[in-house]
Design a protein around this ligand. Structure first.
Ligand SMILES: [Zn+2]
Length: 249
């Protein structure tokens, strides 16, 4: 029997599915036409989260997103049938999953010569000769293994995107990201622009202003200081190239 509990579960799963599909790229733009890439970015973001600092709401969203991805992998969510909806992933499960994603992303993005090996521990294949039908039946079962987290759906995601998982080339960022274009080296236009400013040889360093200064840990200012604005020097029209306009956060 489908109960109110089932309906509520489905509605939360559907919302989680929508969040996964709309997960933005490094420039804050979602691309609903590539839901699996969006989910890959979601998984990368999960690897970078500080789980103990999440608000209750964010943590609860994360539980639903992980449950949704494991169960439906971006196929249309459906009611869980007659069984009780499974409980949302526990904190321990999410911690384990995060550790696993961190490990595999570090490994893959380093592009070193070690082989990445992954074996699905939960899956058990059955090949059955069905006498009455005179044919082979094939199926597998999956069971939870105590103390481990189910990550094989995430592994599939990594496998599909393995050539696109890189570390941002900006020395002060170096975050792992999923590239969109084959020549993309930075996680965002923000990082690309900042690095470009520093290495752009034709502009003498004194003309970089604050924006081009080598950074230590804090981001450079995104807008000119009042002093820069009123310095009276005529501005060259090329000074702000395309893509340098900043969003304020
Ligand atoms: Zn970056």
């Amino acid at each position: 029997m489908i109960t109110a509990k089932h309906e509520k579960w489905l509605s939360e799963i559907q919302k989680a599915d929508a969040r996964l599909r709309a997960f933005p790229d490094g420039n804050g733009r979602p691309n609903i036409h590539k839901p699996r890439a969006a989910a890959m970015r979601w998984a990368i973001a999960l690897s970078q989260k500080q789980l103990d600092k999440l608000s209750d709401g964010d943590f609860s969203n994360l539980q639903r997103e992980l449950a949704c991805f494991r169960r439906f992998e971006l196929k249309e969510p459906v009611l869980p049938g007659f069984v009780e909806p499974a409980p949302w992933p526990s904190r321990e499960d999410i911690n384990n999953t995060q550790q696993w994603i961190r490990g595999i992303l570090d490994n893959v993005s380093s592009r070193s010569d070690n082989t990445v090996v992954y074996k699905i521990p939960e899956r058990e294949w059955h090949l059955v000769w069905i006498i009455s039908d005179r044919r082979w039946g094939q199926f597998y079962t999956e069971k939870e293994i105590e103390g481990t987290s189910r990550v094989h759906e995430l592994f599939d995601l990594v496998r599909e995107h393995v050539d696109k998982i890189l570390r941002c080339k900006a020395a002060d960022c170096q975050k792992i990201f999923l590239r969109d274009r084959s020549n993309q080296e930075f996680c965002s236009t923000r990082c690309q622009w900042r690095t470009g400013q520093r290495t752009y040889k034709d502009i003498p360093p004194e003309r970089y202003g604050k924006r081009g200064r080598r950074m230590t840990s804090t981001p450079t200012r995104l807008t000119p200081t009042p002093k820069e604005k009123n310095s009276g020097q005529p501005k060259k029209s090329k000074e702000r190239a395309h893509g340098t306009k900043r969003r304020t956060r």
